[in-house]
Design a protein around this ligand. Sequence first.
Ligand SMILES: [Fe+2]
Length: 167
Amino acid sequence: MNPRRVGYFDLGDGEIEPEPNLLNGYGDSNAFISNSDRLEPFDTDWFEFSFSRRDVQRYISFVKRKYNCRKKRVNIARTWYNQYGKQSGSQHCFHNHPCDIANVYYVELGDKSLRTILKDPITGEEIVPRVREGDLLTFPGYIEHRSPKNYTTNRKTIVAFDTNFLE
Ligand SMILES: [Fe+2]
């Protein structure tokens, strides 16, 4: 396993029902995902693959402004993909990321019911950002989030990456 990969913090939600033919052993006990390269020994740079140089500059400007970190360097800590197969029950239960900013790029999102659900760990308040296919969602790494079980006729594919601010 690539030692640069850091496990999720397993928060669980008490409703874990493993489905057959789904990938587990994801570094935590609450992910049942059809396909993912997060635990692969090689390290595909999906960030580099997914975004143009202009996209990257706009992203860096955006996070520095939005998260008030103008004087710090922006570091992409790691990147991976997850696929939630159609009618598979594939899901990722609530978890958070050990980073400053978690990011989800929606490569395939054919059904609104598969949008990411975010939860404030202090208040328990949940929101569902109105993301569409092609959008990039960013939120603080401590925010809990989950991907609903996919029983739709659409496959969901995301590229995720973790961002840290360095001095
Ligand atoms: Fe996540």
